[in-house]
Design a protein around this ligand. Structure first.
Ligand code: ATP
Ligand code: MG
Length: 300
């Protein structure tokens, strides 16, 4: 059983968001004892329980207050919100952070042989999708009179099967569309994974305090992924030129080098990677021992 004093977090059990969500929880210091079949996983070092469910269930679990937090794709979140609004069910939540994974787009694609002249070509047509609310909102906004046909799977084969004229599905590379003779025409929604919380004020003080500690850690992990620690030896005379080549190096640490009058060591945390081209320019200025290292965690 789950203890209601423990913070409950919903994550996708198995699918495209599972690994990244679990690695993030691990990276922010939450130890988890995950057994594959089980719905609930308890953290061994924090008052946290993980609920492992289908991603379709996550928005509702958060909006109904069954769990406190959830990691979910914005596409699924927005769709479920529209669906619940249409059914007059509570649909409130708070987005704590937009994550750096789960990126995809919801797009309308049509068969290669269709004479597509713009969205007006969809008037009077049937479009198969798992996201009927998002698609119908798009049609309404654009004044298109088309019908969304709900399919929970195999959306991409609907036109060939004669079930629909076009599809509206999630795309990342476009390979699935191409393999099915479809061409992407309209992007209707761009999505990433987000961390959401029950509507504001719904968490008790202890849980909220825990969430308030976890969120900056998430920021720290995401920032660290982008950042690099750069070290190099630079000729003193060219210090300004060297600094101007290092991204984000307004205030680098400059250290004397033992036994060398005209060379210094520079250490800097850069918000981005150092390109080979920049390293070559640094070398040309007389820099040496240029090291670019990954950063695991950061706290400002
Ligand atoms: P479940 O069994 O949990 O219902 P699912 O089949 O609905 O799983 P997945 O295919 O695992 O879901 O995708 C989960 C989420 O991952 C999507 O809703 C979307 O936000 C994101 N995603 C990222 N890239 C893609 C992609 N190329 N195709 C589909 N979803 C993607
Ligand atoms: Mg799903």
């Amino acid at each position: 059983m789950s203890d209601s004093r423990r913070l409950r977090i919903a994550v996708q059990k198995s699918g495209r968001l599972s690994d990244d969500s679990l690695s993030l929880l691990k990276a922010i210091g939450i130890k988890l004892n995950i057994r594959d079949r089980l719905l609930i996983a308890h953290s061994t070092n924090q008052p946290i329980d993980l609920l492992r469910v289908r991603d379709d269930d996550i928005p509702g679990l958060v909006m109904d207050g069954v769990v406190d937090l959830g990691f979910i794709g914005e596409n699924e979140l927005e769709e479920k919100m529209l669906e619940r609004q249409a059914a007059s069910k509570p649909s409130e939540f708070e987005v704590l952070r937009r994550m750096d994974y789960g990126g995809c787009r919801l797009s309308i694609a049509v068969p290669q042989e269709m004479n597509y002249q713009g969205i007006e070509s969809l008037n009077g047509k049937k479009v198969a999708t798992t996201y009927p609310y998002l698609l119908e909102r798009f049609f309404a906004q654009k004044g298109i009179n088309a019908k969304a046909v709900m399919l929970t799977g195999s959306v991409e084969v609907a036109p060939r099967a004669g079930v629909a004229d076009a599809i509206c599905d999630l795309v990342s590379t476009g390979a699935t569309l191409e393999a099915n003779g479809l061409v992407e025409k309209e992007v209707i929604f761009r999505s990433k994974a987000v961390l959401i919380q029950r509507a504001d004020g719904a968490l008790d003080d202890d849980k909220q305090a825990l969430v308030n500690r976890l969120v900056p850690r998430i920021d720290g992990v995401m920032q660290a992924k982008e950042s690099k620690y750069i070290m190099l030896h630079a000729p003193k005379n060219y210090l300004e030129q060297v600094k101007s080549l290092l991204p984000g190096a307004e205030n680098p640490t400059v250290l004397p080098l033992a036994g060398s009058e005209d060379t210094v060591a520079i250490h800097v945390v850069s918000p981005e990677n150092l390109f080979w081209e920049t390293m070559e320019k640094l070398k040309a200025l007389g820099c040496s021992s240029i090291l670019v290292m990954p950063i695991e965690k950061m706290m400002g």
